[in-house]
Design a protein around this ligand. Structure first.
Ligand code: GDP
Ligand code: MG
Length: 178
């Protein structure tokens, strides 16, 4: 996880978006620090964390941006949030159908503010809560295929597929720029 004195070949900005409480901040915390908190505080403002990793012998600094969402009703903040982003993680909660039903709106916002070549992954988080599932995997998979998005179900709590989700996006970005 440390990146002291390391030569950086690439910096990729990736944004997290989706309804509040779907687990965006915990996905980021799992990826950046390998930490998880059940009583995570609501995100205030916009923040980012970084982690440097190696892809095909190059060091890539992933700069992951996280926000509460509400403040982005203000246009200027929305534009700043998406500016320079080369990847996006569109997150819903598999136990809350509404968070999945809102995905088309998030995708619309993304497509109207971000670069048109941005790499997008749809993420169904909280896969550890299988007994409370409200969104069938097939529904999400079908939506992702239709919209040309990558798709994975994750659990920030159990650390399932979080690494995989980030690597999917970062490797795809890497392949586009190389
Ligand atoms: P955000 O508003 O999208 O940033 O959501 P948070 O990351 O703050 O998470 C909201 C709540 O869901 C917190 O209580 C987290 O502990 C919980 N949470 C996040 N990810 C998971 C997960 O994978 N599984 C379970 N069971 N709870 C999660
Ligand atoms: Mg948050």
């Amino acid at each position: 996880y440390g990146d002291a004195n390391q030569k950086i070949d690439y910096v990729f900005k990736v944004v997290l978006i989706g309804d509040s409480a779907v687990g965006k901040s915990q996905i980021l915390s799992r990826f950046a620090r390998n930490e998880f908190s059940l009583d995570s505080k609501a995100t205030i403002g916009v923040e980012f964390q970084t982690r440097t990793l190696v892809i095909q012998h190059k060091s890539v600094k992933a700069q992951i941006w996280d926000t509460a969402g509400q403040e982005r009703r203000y246009r200027a903040v929305t534009s700043a949030y998406y500016r320079g982003a080369v990847g996006a993680m569109l997150v819903y909660d598999i136990t809350r159908r509404q968070s999945f039903d809102h995905i088309p709106r998030w995708l619309e916002e993304l497509r109207s503010h971000a670069d048109k070549n941005i790499v997008i992954i749809l993420i169904g988080n909280k896969s550890d809560l299988e007994n409370q599932r409200a969104v069938p995997t097939e529904d999400a998979k079908e939506f992702a295929e239709k919209e040309g998005l990558f798709f994975l179900e994750t659990s920030a709590l159990e650390a399932t597929n979080v690494e995989n989700a980030f690597m999917t996006v970062l490797t795809e970005i890497f392949n586009i720029v190389n």
